[in-house]
Ligand binder design. Structure first.
Ligand SMILES: CC(C)(C)CCc1c(C(=O)O)[nH]c(=O)[nH]c1=O
Length: 309
């Protein structure tokens, strides 16, 4: 139909799903996404063991988006593996997000998903922490290369990676060159929040979240142009992979932009957190209206068709 999408040869009724971390820590949240108009859903990035995460307040919404330093609060991978075993894949596909605190933890968790023989699609969060004092994995190109070599060898099935934003053409080139070494990296999700921003409340002359002196990842309107650039940069550089867009989506127009930039699916974070899973019905309606107005009969007819001047 008009909004049909596909990834890894799997069919989706529409291209929309939640961004990992939003509305997906607990079973009831995941069930609400499964029952919503979203085309699929993704679990909260998980670690081997359950984590409480950082002290609150650890999320704040602003007029232009959000800032968070959650600290990976999650129920542990066994909880999400149990959910993934019970999910009815005939209704909609399910993504399983992994953010281990070490290479070994990532191998253990992904081997468990592999050995469960379920059609869940793994999205490996490369913003996962590195050794203290070193940048996150995706900003440490040698560590990212080693991580993907080991994970590809162990998991041995197609999977995807969740990438933080890059801001330098040489970094797009270097990151894509590493991803292109690994054919099992079948899709790239761009972007994760823009890290270590600072929101200030002038009333209280204070930061707005408790962890890290108020430093945190931002999402929402703040990140849309950076998200679109990362989607299109990897779309151009990784012709054998698909791209999932994430960042700055709150109406059908931004979904349309991500599709034009090359995205096959589109994730919604901040706007979902500030609204509810009802947002997916609105986004599908708005996207359909734009496509009909422009005469597009399918997403494939417009995907990646961004014009340059
Ligand atoms: C930032 C990490 C805690 C290392 C990973 C989990 C995560 C978090 C989080 O749990 O704080 N927040 C984000 O915006 N993106 C993420 O990938």
């Amino acid at each position: 139909s008009l909004l049909s999408a596909s990834l890894l040869g799997i069919k989706f009724a529409n291209p929309l799903l939640n961004a990992s971390g939003v509305h997906c820590r607990y079973t009831d949240e995941l069930d609400a996404l499964a029952a919503s108009a979203a085309g699929s859903l993704i679990t909260k990035s998980c670690t081997l063991l359950e984590r409480e995460g950082n002290p609150e307040p650890r999320y704040a919404a602003t007029a232009l988006g959000s800032i968070n330093s959650m600290g990976l609060p999650n129920q542990g991978y066994a909880y999400y593996l149990d959910y993934a075993r019970r999910h009815n894949y005939a209704t909609k596909p399910l993504f399983f997000s992994v953010a281990g605190l070490s290479l070994e933890d990532n191998l253990t968790m992904m081997a468990a998903v592999r050995d469960a023989y379920i059609p869940a699609i793994v999205e490996l969060n490369l913003s996962c922490p590195n050794v203290p004092g070193k940048p996150q994995i995706a900003y440490d190109f040698e560590a990212m290369d080693r991580m993907l070599a080991a994970v590809s060898a162990e998991y041995a099935l197609p999977f995807g990676v969740k990438m933080p934003p890059y801001f330098d053409i040489a970094h797009f080139d270097a990151a894509a060159a590493i991803l292109n070494k690994y054919p099992l990296v079948a899709f790239v999700t761009c972007i994760n929040s823009i890290g270590n921003a600072l929101v200030i409340d002038i009333e209280n002359e204070s930061v707005v979240i408790k962890p890290k002196d108020g430093f945190g990842g931002i999402g929402g309107d703040y990140v849309l142009p950076t998200a679109l650039a990362n989607v299109n940069a990897f779309y151009r550089r990784c012709p054998d992979k698909q791209v999932i867009g994430c960042g700055g989506v709150r109406s059908g127009e931004q979904v349309f932009m991500h599709l034009l930039a090359g995205a096959s699916l589109v994730q919604v974070g901040t706007a979902l957190h500030e609204d509810s899973p009802r947002i997916f019905a609105r986004l599908n309606r708005e996207l359909s209206a734009i496509m009909e107005r422009k005469g597009y009969r399918s997403i494939e007819a417009l995907r990646g068709k961004l014009k340059t001047l």
